[in-house]
Design a protein around this ligand. Structure first.
Ligand SMILES: NC(=O)c1ccc[n+]([C@@H]2O[C@H](COP(=O)([O-])OP(=O)(O)OC[C@H]3O[C@@H](n4cnc5c(N)ncnc54)[C@H](O)[C@@H]3O)[C@@H](O)[C@H]2O)c1
Length: 302
């Protein structure tokens, strides 16, 4: 693994810390660098570079800075590692993935974002806990925004192959109350962790590890990642949001089209509209981006 940071000391600090685990865990060797050229030949590049909000800075300002960052990073990667799969993790992940797709010279299937994979994992965990079942046996997708407007696809949710509605609700609760509580906890999970430890790390790291593993081993696992929505979803052209895809060699091999019910369709359209506003705000020329008519984008989540 080559670990790039523009500040070599930061790359060294992270890389050396991981290196110290190798005699104990037999994981990969991590090489720190501040030179993009060292990424040559990489099969997958994970982009986690991200500006964080400065005191007094608006979300729009932050979006603008991160948009510039993605243009810069993709330009460097297109020279250094043009055939790599590029996985965007930095927030707001849907805006940055869409921008990356626009500026890169590589084919679209090689570029995607971590999307709502972490949110899906969080909801599976919450439901497993509520219903007393292993989260691995809970099947449900969270789609749309990685954030407040994300949509749980309840119509397809099962535990051990049994539709949620056919299962006995946990004692003292209705199914509706369990679903609401689990989704609310999922939505609040990133900020709740960040409030307590300052940032999130293990959940997103596990999500990234699964994605990278699926590409490297051509596992063809299905994950809700940030991609341009298939036309069958009826969203505006180019809209990028979290949707289930087959991830394997070459990145995105195929996008699944979920048979959403009418409520879920409406919620996905609403989520996509929020993302469109954020994208428009991030890419608007400076004069327009400060106009009062611009709808503020949603908070980036973790
Ligand atoms: N998608 C998800 O599910 C998810 C989850 C957690 C975090 N995140 C996002 O991941 C990003 C990183 O989070 P973090 O906690 O590691 O932040 P961090 O501040 O610890 O790290 C950001 C790194 O980016 C580097 N950087 C900034 N500008 C750069 C540039 N122009 N070129 C190269 N490097 C640059 C900084 O040097 C720093 O090392 C954030 O955007 C965060 O919101 C996403």
């Amino acid at each position: 693994v080559v670990l790039y940071d523009r500040t070599l000391a930061r790359a060294e600090g992270e890389a050396w810390d991981v290196d110290d685990t190798t005699p104990l865990l037999q994981e990969a060797d991590v090489r720190p660098t501040d030179d993009y050229a060292e990424l040559a030949g990489a099969a997958v590049v994970v982009v986690t570079a991200g500006a964080t909000q400065r005191l007094g800075e608006s979300r729009l300002d932050l979006l603008g800075r991160n948009a510039g960052l993605v243009r810069e990073v993709l330009g460097q990667l297109d020279s250094a590692a043009p055939e790599a799969v590029v996985l965007l993790v930095s927030n707001p992940v849907y805006v940055l993935t869409r921008l990356a797709l626009e500026v890169t010279s590589r084919p679209a299937h090689l570029v995607f974002g971590s999307g709502t994979l972490l949110d899906t994992a969080r909801l599976r965990y919450q439901l497993g806990t509520a219903f007393g079942a292993a989260p691995q046996d809970v099947q449900v997708h969270v789609i749309g925004e990685h954030g407040d407007s994300e949509v749980a696809v309840w119509s397809g949710a099962t535990i051990g192959g049994v539709p949620l509605a056919a299962l006995p609700a946990p004692p003292g609760m209705t199914l509706g109350a369990v679903k609401d509580a689990c989704l609310e906890t999922t939505r609040r999970r990133g900020p709740a962790i960040a409030e307590r430890k300052g940032y999130t790390s293990y959940g997103v790291a596990a999500a990234v590890a699964r994605l990278v593993g699926s590409v490297l081993q051509d596992e063809q696992r299905i994950f809700t990642v940030s991609v341009p929505a298939a036309p069958a979803y009826g969203l505006p052209k180019g809209a990028v949001c979290g949707l289930p895809c087959v991830v394997g060699q070459g990145g995105i091999q195929r996008q699944l089209v979920l048979p959403l019910d009418s409520t879920e369709r409406g919620l996905l359209a609403r989520s996509a509209a929020i993302l469109e506003d954020a994208y428009a705000a991030a890419t608007a020329p400076p004069a327009a981006s400060t106009a009062p008519s611009v709808v503020p984008p949603p908070a980036s989540t973790r």
